[in-house]
Design a binder for this molecule. Structure first.
Ligand code: GRF
Length: 203
């Protein structure tokens, strides 16, 4: 399965997909894109021999739908069948999702449906939770509201800062995201016909 990865920032999840999913279960990462030309993720992609491309909103006069259309066309031209949002800090427009129906997934640093949107770790800390976690989910038209593919939690009853939570969550993301990509590529992921919110992973 040809995979395209979109990343806005540091790129550690991109790196995890490249090192833990690329080449396994038929996964081939064929494109890396970003909204942010300065993203470290692009640099990481380059060092790994890929030719990433940035689609800054400014190049499209701030028109997100137009930017997403160009990005979707570029991904489709590369033969992408699955789009992985790996720290992609923008909402994707409905037109983009329509190009890849049920084939866009995201990694979110909270146990959804708690704390969707930006600053999820800060939201969780402000709420005073003792259990944190990560979610891999399909992307739909809402904000972090699509079907859940995988989740993992970690108890951090004494956590005080976003940094220490992030340090605990990163390894979970780096395990779950590549695994979900492999499961999708291998055809192990399906929706429960009896409960359409529920994703079954046959592993
Ligand atoms: C991750 O924590 C992810 O959950 C969130 O953005 C962060 C991206 O980190 N959506 P990286 O760029 O993959 O290192």
């Amino acid at each position: 399965m040809n995979v395209g990865v979109l990343a806005s920032g540091f790129g550690s999840n991109l790196e995890a997909v490249l090192s833990r999913a690329h080449g396994a279960d038929g996964v081939e990462v064929v494109a890396v894109g970003s909204d942010n030309p300065e993203a470290r993720a692009l640099e990481r992609a380059r060092t790994l021999g890929l030719t990433p491309r940035a689609f800054p909103l400014a190049d499209f006069a701030g028109d997100r739908a137009a930017r997403d259309e160009a990005m979707a066309a570029w991904l489709a031209k590369a033969g992408v069948e699955l789009v992985v949002l790996a720290g992609y800090m923008q909402l994707v427009s409905p037109g983009f999702l329509a190009r890849f129906p049920e084939r866009v997934i995201n990694v979110h640093p909270a146990l959804l449906p708690a704390f969707p949107g930006l600053h999820a770790i800060e939201q969780a800390l402000a709420y005073g939770v003792k259990v944190f976690g990560v979610t891999i989910h399909f992307v739909d038209d809402g904000v972090d509201s699509g079907r859940i593919i995988a989740q993992r939690s970690v108890e951090l009853p004494h956590a005080e800062t976003p940094e220490e939570v992030l340090v605990a969550l990163r390894p979970l993301e780096h395990e779950l995201l590549p695994q979900a990509v492999r499961d999708l590529a291998a055809g192990r992921v399906r929706v429960d016909p009896a409960q359409p919110r529920r994703v079954l992973v046959d592993r």
